[in-house]
Design a protein around this ligand. Sequence first.
Ligand code: BTN
Length: 262
Amino acid sequence: MKYGTSTAGSFNYHYFKAVGSTNDTLAELARNNAPEWTVVLADHQTNGRGRYRRNWDSPAGLGMWASLLLRPAFDSRLLNLVNLLVANTMATVLEQLAASVQQQMDTGLKWPNDVWVGDKKICGILPESSFSGQKLQYIIVGVGLNINQSISEFSEDLQPIATSLKIETGREWPVKLVMTRFLETFRQQYSELFPNQTGKILDDYRKKMLFKNETVNLLLNDQTISAVIRDIDDDGFLEVEHGGQTKVINSGEFRVQPVRVN
Ligand code: BTN
């Protein structure tokens, strides 16, 4: 069910009470020529998707379940840097929101684009791109941010590994305010940094990158290898050391799983 549309702040917003997945709703709008900076926001997703086709819990009113449409004119080689900028921006905005209520929040980034607070995830990003031949047509950036959940509102599986803005700051937040702060900051940064200043994205990302020099498991289908995270390269791919050699992995290849010491 659709609530409405608006063009506040030069974004084209489409608000829904419930959709399957905001990424899918936006993909349909994109195929029908929706302009760049179109945004789909839903109170609730019945089929929210995470990376690797995992389910993404999207309860009504408790988070930002939104997707943003970009139509970059630049080389698709920079695609991965867009994802890193989304994560950088979300981390900065969350810290600023916390500071605005005199709370300190230290965010970290798990490659490629999960935002964590301490050892818990607060935000996940699902970028999906469409190509015509070699040419990039559009990118849909799906953002799932936990905002108003209390710990007991997460499922049992998620309770040890998930957090929300409310848990971290001790107060509830209007979803639209958080979304607007994120979108406006992202748009300003994106316009400033692409395509010629992308070095800043890498620098900012490295400052917040988690598990540097730590051993992680890399999962590929049924294969798991153990490797040490070293850095990201200029394309934003992950550099790891495995068997005495440096290996560069892209986000479609492997899942990175921290090795937890309990
Ligand atoms: C992940 O960390 O696995 C990515 C989660 C992305 C969830 C968001 S919620 C809005 C958008 N619509 C979806 O179906 N998924 C993304």
